[in-house]
Design a protein around this ligand. Sequence first.
Ligand code: FES
Length: 361
Amino acid sequence: MQKLFNKFKNRNEPRTATIQPGGESFEVPKNRTLLQAANDKGIDFPQHCTVGTCGSCRCKLLEGEVRPLRDFSYTLTRAEISDGYILACQSMLKGDVVVELESRGELATQPAERFTANITSTGMLTHDIMEVSVQLDRPLTYTAGQFADLLINNGLEGFARHRSYSFSCAPEVGGSSDLSFHIRRVSGGSYTEWLFEKDRTGETLELHGPNGSFWLRADDAPILCIAGGSGMAPIKAILEEAAAHHIKRPVTYLFGARAQRDLYCLEEMQALAKQCPTTLQFIPILSEEPEGSSWTGKRGLVTEYINPAAVGFDLKGCHTYLCGPPVMIDAALEVLECNQVPTDHIHYDKFLDSRQLEIES
Ligand code: FES
């Protein structure tokens, strides 16, 4: 009886989670996920979707056991799961745990804060991607690759007011007040429909950031960047920052788009390649460009170009940075896994479109 009581008591007792490096410990009540408990305690933990789809809260389980609310394999690769990675937003603790956050200790990020953002200009980059520039009420310090949440305060009931977008430019020293974002129109998504409906210059948004742990890790290894659509934004910011710091690592950037009308930032990429002539190779790849068109570049899926001959270096030793829609990231992760790229060297930011978020929220 006592044994049963102890078991029952044990089940209901809060668990303890410890985060490495740093050894910060906190209680996790039995009805809270690891991420919720970390947020309750004000602990800085990378996150984005909070529903198990983006992979931002990925961490390595060093000790203990968790119960997944949603199968991790929906988001994590087989290699990540067998290496012990879990999603904090989908993890209920079975007992005390120790987890490792790879972003910790590499860079001290600014805690997210709220800012007032005034839209200073908008301009179409492609037929469905808009650049939105804002000016903040004070400078924001972030790292290239991170994102911010943008909130629209239009007073409409049932309106999807909040979306996350990556900073599209490298930050300025001392913080940036002028920021820009690449926002893709999603048909039926109330947030982007509002934004694209008419010129929103002069409107005020609320910005919460910086967020995320997608940034360039210090190392000498070659870098493979892979992006699709508006996933261009954080990769562009990362490459701009790398160029500003005169990083000499070989970089190959595979950018996937459907057709020529979906390509953008080509001049910026060419300028960056000129700035780093021996290190940056930018390869746009079109998957649905009509045969016989004026396009003379690469055709197919970006995944067809994830091989040593196309990227120009050995994949096993490279570090990879991916940003784009889940279908592209998942396919690329499989190819990287087949090419034995170590899980620890793969960093990605999977974004969901607003309609998907509306369904999931
Ligand atoms: S925050 Fe956990 S998967 Fe997105």
